[in-house]
Design a protein around this ligand. Structure first.
Ligand code: ADP
Ligand code: MG
Length: 266
């Protein structure tokens, strides 16, 4: 079976607003994900994480490079083909969750079934099940404006998973959740990804959340800086204070950098 995702030498150059010079937002990024892998993408603000995710979602075209999802190159598709492919194979939540304001929580999730011609009893049952697993059992009939930011974010996560995509992309899915809820949501995402064999990438500022990830990819200045793959290394990142055995310096993180990668108190 082909890899779930393969990104090869992906580059995005933005033209500067003033017209002089260009910004290399993403510079030769490489990534490969197997089916069933849950990967964290971390890095300082401005390092290109959102730009990378938007390209993987087929929403933004790279300046150069290839993005293959389930063996098919997004960059080679015509616009219409890419839109249809995205609906089928890619689920995403971005910081701004974009729920439809006049649809209820469950209707927002079911809407994704409709545009994919998959609105049947099984699909509706799955929409309900996902929302329940994400702790929204008593919120199914609420409109987005009747939900807290965190609840809206969880509806968006359910929506990203409803069509059983090959690739799931989440940009800071826990940003507006309290700590306990954030852990629950990421743990649920990890369980669903592992159980259903999806590949997922979660951008996060909160290093505690990488505990549930199989791998951590760090970007700096648009480039791949390092990849942490072992449980030990990932545990160190989650809690550097507890990690005497493997000093952060050995992982290649400066002591202050590790604490600095925005260790947010939620
Ligand atoms: P991150 O998500 O890691 O904070 P971004 O991908 O949002 O980083 O941004 C990477 C770089 O690209 C930044 O320097 C940012 O200012 C720039 N950038 C992002 N979007 C645009 C855009 N639409 N036009 C020009 N520059 C952009
Ligand atoms: Mg971002």
């Amino acid at each position: 079976m082909s890899l779930a995702l393969e990104a090869v030498q992906v580059t995005k150059e933005y033209t500067a607003p003033s017209g002089d010079g260009a910004i290399m937002a993403v510079d030769g990024m490489e990534m490969a994900l197997e089916h069933g892998e849950f990967v964290a993408l971390v890095g300082p603000s401005g390092s290109g994480k959102t730009t990378m995710l938007a390209m993987l979602a087929g929403l933004l075209m790279p300046t150069a490079g290839a993005i293959r999802i389930a063996g098919q190159d997004l960059t080679m598709m015509k616009e219409r083909e890419r839109t249809a492919f995205r609906r089928r194979e890619i689920g995403f939540t971005f910081q701004d969750n974009n729920l439809v304001p006049y649809l209820t929580a469950i209707e927002n999730v079911e809407y994704m079934l409709r545009i994919n011609s998959a609105y049947d009893r099984q699909g509706r049952e799955r929409a309900r099940e996902l929302l329940v697993r994400l702790g929204l059992e008593d919120r199914l009939q609420s409109l987005p404006r009747q939900l807290s930011g965190g609840q809206q974010q969880r509806v968006a996560i359910a929506r990203s998973l409803i069509n059983q995509p090959t690739l799931v992309l989440a940009d800071e899915p826990t940003a507006s959740l309290d700590t306990e809820r954030a852990f629950q949501v990421v743990e649920t995402m990890a369980q669903l990804v592992h159980a259903e064999g999806r590949a997922a990438i979660m951008v996060t500022h909160d290093l505690r959340m990488v505990e549930y990830c199989d791998r951590v990819i760090q970007m700096v200045d648009g480039r791949l800086e390092r990849v942490l793959t072992t449980r030990e290394d990932i545990t160190c990142l989650v809690n550097p204070a507890l990690c005497e055995r493997i000093p952060m310096a050995l992982l290649g993180f400066a002591e202050d950098e590790a604490l600095n990668v925005q260790y947010v108190e939620l």
